[in-house]
Design a binder for this molecule. Sequence first.
Ligand code: SF4
Length: 462
Amino acid sequence: MKKKVLLLNLPWKEKYLREYFCSKISKARYYYPPVDLVYISGRFDEAKYNLFLIDSIAENISPATTIEKINNIAPDYIYFLAGAASFREDKWFIQQLLLDLTCSPKIIGTGDIFRELKEESFNVFKWIDAINFHFTTADVISYIEHWDWKIIDNMIYMHEDHLVVGKEQFDKWIRNVPIPKREMFDPKNYSNPFAMREYSSVMMTDLSCPFSCEFCPYSTINYSVRQIDDVIEEIKILKTIWINDVFFVDATFGLQKERLQKLCNWLRQCKMSRSCFWRVDNIDKEKIEMMKSAWCHTIVFGIESMNQDILDKYNKKTKISQIREAMDLCKKNKIRAGWTFIVWLPWDDEKSIRNTIFLSKTLHLDFASFNIATPRIWTHFRKDMIEKWFANPDELNLESSKQKTQVWNSHNLPLADLVRLQKSAVRSFYLNPKYIIRRLLGLKSFYELKNSIFEMYYLFFK
Ligand code: SF4
């Protein structure tokens, strides 16, 4: 009989997004299918396991109901996603699960928290069997199927009373990625704030990022590229399961022009509308026209700050002039532009934050996200904050996007002032009458209207 594998996104009342090596909390209604579980589903499916999914957050189910569902499935393996943002809650849930399980599955963890903890994971999350660092490779299948206790890349696992430690290994190419079993991820349970059509999903064409911005977890992971033919095959399958809007979660989309051209040609033919993240220095007239003709409706840029000194200090390698040029290109081509900002990096003060907020309102953006700086796992920013005694190396509950905890101390701005600034930034951006009129006039579908109303409601009232 085929072995049962359960993919599990752990429950909690907060909407934790734990995926893609960077966990955080959703600040509004949006909640994407966790890309780690999406891609590992293809690996398990290819290896002919009997697959189940419980995404407790997307399904909005409690820890008790989650455990009950797990016991009903009685899996042979549980592959669970945990995060630094939800570290304490995840640790509590795994302990509870182990007490209440009526079956004896092997338990394998993945997520950014395990990149930080490595071998220590087995002391913190007691009685788990293994951890996996890479969700697109078949390393976890090797662990399950080859019982010769060899070292496996991207896996650390318990064998009898000792650990077998494999290295984190991100190669230049990600080859032969099997088609994910997307039909398990019911689109009704997820929402994408940028989607123009009802059924949307997430995809990736590469993994991590070749740039070295010092606050970003992707600067600590080797950049890998997927074979373009694999990507095209996956898009074909998406169309057959009624997905017609896709969010490319690539840390920065379309870095290589030739690949972008090939991908856009295909996206144009299959009329797949989409959104993606991009860098302002990677955009030009030719690329943006290519994107527009291939159904791209939204580009989100990681702007971080409108203070050039801060961009330089954190090795962002972008210029304020490029930000303005990118904005102009989007406007000319009628592509919606979203910006993400990081406020409260060291050297940011009230004046520079207010300047960033003011410019966000004057440049006619379509979306803006104001994030409080977080010293994320392995980043240079974290190391620097720890060295300067601004951050506690033992504090692993890294979540500051909803001001739940003060994860580091600033010498120049108390947390209460920062929270006030962040809230005022969100209010003054989204409740600006000119912005509201512009958004209403730009609506293209009833679904977009409905989606925007829900997002606003959750942003301000939840
Ligand atoms: S370009 Fe974006 S994704 Fe890449 S390292 Fe910088 S912030 Fe991270």
